[in-house]
Ligand binder design. Structure first.
Ligand code: ADP
Length: 368
């Protein structure tokens, strides 16, 4: 996703990935073949780069800190990332900043009597969770014990984060970049819809009050300024029935909810991130269309190269659509691509209904 904007900005990309078939390999000037968490390989990468950015947070921070002269090498800096990589530490950090958090507990054993929580409880692996992998909602002690066994056995830390279950009415996402000058640019707020903890669709703009927008902007500004980040963060939020906004989590990188910025905003989140870390002026972040819908295209059993092409053709016939295919290996449940449909003007249905109808149309084609 950064390949195109990098070219536009005159930047050369060198990537670290263990996979020869990684889609980014094709657009990179050079490749360091190693796991993203391999800090020794990152020191080899550092020797070839002016700046190192991150596409995900699965890095080995203690060992990255050993790389010499890294004060301006990593963007975000390792100090900015430090409180955010572990979900429990991140919750503690949000609490220190007095930002609205669900209640949370560090669970070192699955015995409810040792803690003061009630069910349902959301269990989260402290590290390496994504797309809901590592997040389990449990409704009673028996479920907690089963989930505990599957989660803590794989966790080096031996503990898991437990969170109050928030009965949200909407999930929202806000994305913003901060430059070396301290300038901050915040994208409009988006609504995200998850199923089985996986993001399925994103609506822009979110239908929320101006008060909610301002609060979300204040939350992300506090986070960007307190971490002094140079780069781009997304903050996932829960909106409750009473209009309360709570932070779900901070993603210290470009985010799935921001994919629609490629087509709906003058500057995509990917370009903006590169601009921030390469010390180029930040770009405009307004929606340049009345609305936009992004639908993730997930793999499913029975999807193959042939029916994929038929579906692609049908999806591309939807007016104002922009289809993206990542070239990953097909696997059920995997995010294989996405489609963004721009809505130039509101029709008699109203924007919300129009967005829902478009998402439904896409999903009926894709999953039929
Ligand atoms: P990941 O980092 O894997 O994306 P998240 O922590 O964002 O995992 O959780 C994935 C989804 O699970 C969220 O988008 C939300 O739908 C649901 N979820 C997470 N935490 C809570 C919570 N405390 N209360 C209710 N639902 C939650």
């Amino acid at each position: 996703m950064m390949g195109e904007p990098a070219q536009k900005l005159g930047l050369e990309l060198i990537i670290q990935t263990p996979h020869l078939e990684d889609p980014a390999v094709g657009i990179a000037k050079a490749v360091v073949y190693a796991e993203v968490g391999d800090a020794i390989a990152t020191s080899r990468l550092a020797a070839q780069c002016d700046v190192i950015g991150f596409e995900n947070e699965f890095v080995d921070l203690p060992n990255l800190k050993l790389i010499p002269h890294q004060e301006n090498l990593f963007r975000p800096s390792l100090q900015s990332l430090e409180p955010l990589l572990d979900k429990y530490n991140q919750r503690c950090y949000l609490q220190e900043l007095e930002l609205p958090n669900p209640q949370f507990w560090l669970l070192e054993n699955p015995n409810q009597d040792n803690y003061n929580f009630s069910y349902p409880l959301v269990l989260k692996a402290r590290r390496h969770g994504y797309d809901g992998q590592g997040t389990i909602v449990v409704k009673n002690q028996a479920e907690l014990i089963t989930a505990w066994q599957s989660m803590s056995s794989g966790s080096i830390l031996g503990s898991v984060l437990g969170e109050e279950f928030i009965p949200f009415t909407k999930e929202l996402s806000i994305i913003a970049a901060r430059a070396t000058t301290g300038e901050i640019r915040i994208y409009p707020i988006f609504e995200t819809q998850q199923e089985d903890q996986v993001c399925r669709r994103v609506f822009a703009p979110a239908a929320v009050s101006q008060e909610v927008v301002l609060l979300a902007e204040k939350i992300i500004t506090t986070i960007l300024e307190s971490t002094k980040v140079v780069g781009l963060f997304a903050v996932e939020l829960f909106l409750t029935e009473t209009g309360k906004l709570l932070v779900n989590e901070i993603a210290p990188r470009t985010h799935n909810s921001g994919h629609l910025t490629i087509d709906a905003c003058p500057t995509s989140q990917f370009e903006q991130y590169l601009r921030a870390i390469a010390e180029q002026p930040l770009g405009e972040v307004n929606l340049q269309t009345a609305g936009a819908v992004m639908v993730n295209l997930l793999g499913y059993a029975g999807l193959d190269q042939d029916n994929y092409l038929d579906k692609k053709q049908l999806l591309e016939q939807i007016p104002h659509s922009h289809f993206y295919w990542y070239g990953k290996n097909l696997r059920p449940g995997r995010k294989l691509g996405h489609i963004t449909i721009l809505i130039p003007e509101v029709n008699s249905q109203g924007m919300q209904e129009q967005m829902r109808a478009i998402a439904h149309q896409v999903e009926s084609i894709w999953y039929s």
